[in-house]
Design a protein around this ligand. Structure first.
Ligand SMILES: Cc1cc2nc3c(=O)[nH]c(=O)nc-3n(C[C@H](O)[C@H](O)[C@H](O)COP(=O)(O)OP(=O)(O)OC[C@H]3O[C@@H](n4cnc5c(N)ncnc54)[C@H](O)[C@@H]3O)c2cc1C
Ligand SMILES: NC(=O)c1ccc[n+]([C@@H]2O[C@H](COP(=O)([O-])OP(=O)(O)OC[C@H]3O[C@@H](n4cnc5c(N)ncnc54)[C@H](O)[C@@H]3O)[C@@H](O)[C@H]2O)c1
Length: 475
């Protein structure tokens, strides 16, 4: 048994906890997977490194109506893949080496671990680790449906699909959330024939209903979209696979037979992620779980047991929050880093205005309440809520782009002029939303935001300005 002042499970967001405060103390970092976690190795970063060139490849379609004829000549997949992972793998390895070799006070266990008590862990290799403070940052993993053929090598999750050797001609994407939307756009941008199949309609169903509806229409224009089907089996077929689906009872699926099949070279399964709590054996430590399997924490990120915080045990990121977003994991890591160093002045995590962006085509970004949630929460039964929808195409920059798709939707409280939610679909939505996030975070009301500053003319941000001006709020 080895004792540490701090033991961290998970080298993703958990890695940032090793601040200079720990320099003269003993720290263990335990990770059985690739050093650096999901975002770096198989999540946010490599996906966006594919999203950007896929956007360039797809530009041909957007340029034609503007009078510019572009042809996509070739996608050099292997070169692109090797550029992306050449950079990422080197960062992961440098981070691993720094922790493992260069820092004397840090011990890296490259192994999975499980709890045997609230502050004792057993690694798969049989080593026992005990610590004064334990931080659980063990993340989440992709869900795979237990259907025949799911283990075939042509079936991928986001963990493996970016490392394949060649751009497939036919890609089947199963799922309708963030991961599915991003990869469908990537592969179709590169010219693959994409079929996306989802159990329910619409796509991106956690978004505001208008965004979900419009994004689903846009996806159906860009690739073959089939809704209301459940994956039942995958079987080898020729050089690829045949996936068999059963109609979801009551769903508006287009076929009446109840069964359909899709042939593809590869299948990407993207039907959600679950927290890695199972492998940690939280019951052995007495930790509480949320109904969806996440570790239960309080506002200070302290892990709960029997509803009470366990002294010196913390959790952050996908293992404990419902957002499953890197910027939330990073925020929580900063809170935990502070709380570890300042036990007498604990900070709370701030989950009030958590934004998200889906880097698909068209891009989608959101923060705060959907119109539906705002109306449901309104004491006046929805009458106290103002909304405005402003098309990109109503602004000069939208004319320049000949945009017929993008829009900004805002949700506000009539009486106070407070912004409650912002939802954008279209070019650069993830960037365009930032001033709205800022306004919500700092309590800037709609009239002050609209008229208290200059808006650069004729930038695309004018669509945000006009949406603010269109809101019927006090002030
Ligand atoms: C394809 C994809 C794209 C994404 N894109 C975005 C995006 O654009 N923007 C965004 O904000 N978010 C994005 N996300 C989500 C983001 O990647 C995660 O929210 C974030 O990485 C979670 O960080 P974490 O530190 O909680 O966990 P992770 O980074 O997953 O780290 C957990 C670590 O714990 C290790 N581990 C697990 N169990 C054990 C155990 N028992 N013992 C030892 N080690 C263990 C794992 O090996 C892993 O390295 C994306 C996710 C995916 C899958
Ligand atoms: N840009 C980003 O911020 C980004 C990108 C990718 C992933 N992520 C994070 O990763 C998480 C996981 O992403 P995800 O897309 O896997 O999950 P998700 O929860 O976003 O979506 C899952 C989708 O799969 C569908 N589904 C569920 N079971 C199914 C089944 N049996 N058959 C067919 N469809 C089924 C659901 O209806 C839903 O549309 C997200 O919650 C997100 O926070 C973020």
């Amino acid at each position: 048994m080895t004792y540490y002042d701090l033991a961290i499970i998970g080298s993703g967001s958990g890695n940032s906890l090793i601040t200079p405060y720990w320099d003269n103390k003993k720290v263990a970092i335990i990770d059985g997977g690739v050093f650096g976690g999901t975002c770096l190795n198989a999540g946010c970063i490599p996906t966006k490194m594919f999203v950007y060139p896929a956007g360039l490849a797809a530009a041909a379609g957007q340029a034609r109506p503007l009078g510019v004829d572009l042809n996509l000549e070739q996608v050099r997949w292997q070169q692109m893949r090797d550029r992306i992972f050449g950079r990422i793998d080197a960062i992961s390895e440098a981070g691993r080496r720094y922790r493992d070799v260069e820092l004397d006070h840090v011990t890296l266990y490259q192994d999975y671990a499980r709890f045997t008590g609230p502050k004792t862990l057993l690694t798969a290799a049989g080593e026992t680790v005990e610590a004064g403070q334990v931080v659980i940052a063990a993340g989440s993993r992709a869900v795979l449906p237990q259907v025949p053929g799911i283990d075939l090598p042509q079936v991928h999750t986001s963990d493996s699909v970016m490392r394949i050797d060649a751009l497939p001609e036919r890609v089947l994407v199963v799922g309708g959330g963030f991961v599915a939307a991003e990869f469908a756009a990537v592969f179709s941008g590169f010219g693959a024939r994409v079929t996306q199949v989802n159990r329910s309609a619409p796509l991106l169903k956690s978004e505001d209903a208008l965004v979900s509806e419009r994004f689903t229409e846009a996806a159906a224009r860009s690739w073959d979209l089939r809704l209301g089907w459940n994956l039942a089996a995958v079987e080898e077929h020729g050089t690829g696979v045949r996936a068999v689906f059963h109609v979801v009872p009551g769903a508006a699926a287009e076929a009446s037979t109840g069964t359909m099949s899709v042939d593809a070279d590869i299948v990407l399964v993207a039907i959600g992620r679950v927290p890695n709590t199972g492998s940690l054996d939280p019951a052995a430590a007495g930790f509480d779980l949320e109904p969806d399997g996440r570790l239960a924490v309080d506002g200070y990120q302290r892990v709960l047991a029997g509803g009470q915080p366990v002294d010196g045990v913390w959790a952050l990121g996908d293992i404990s929050n419902r957002f499953q977003l890197k910027h939330v994991a990073n925020h929580e890591a900063r809170v935990v880093a502070h709380n570890l160093e300042h036990p007498g002045a604990l900070r709370r995590s701030d989950h009030r205005f958590v934004p998200a962006a889906v880097f698909t085509r068209p891009q989608v970004a959101s923060v705060g309440l959907t119109e539906q949630a705002a109306r449901a929460a309104d004491p006046a039964g929805g009458a106290g809520i103002a909304t405005a929808v402003q098309a990109y195409g109503s602004t000069a920059y939208g004319w320049a782009m000949e945009d017929g798709e993008g829009f900004v939707k805002l949700v506000a409280e009539k009486a106070t002029g407070r912004l409650l939610g912002a939802h954008i679909m279209g070019h650069d939505a993830a960037t365009l939303i930032q001033p709205l996030i800022q306004a919500m975070a700092f309590g800037l009301d709609v009239p002050s935001m609209a008229r208290g500053q200059y808006w650069i003319h004729p930038a695309l941000t004018e669509v945000v300005e006009n949406a603010l001006l269109a809101l019927d709020v006090a002030g």
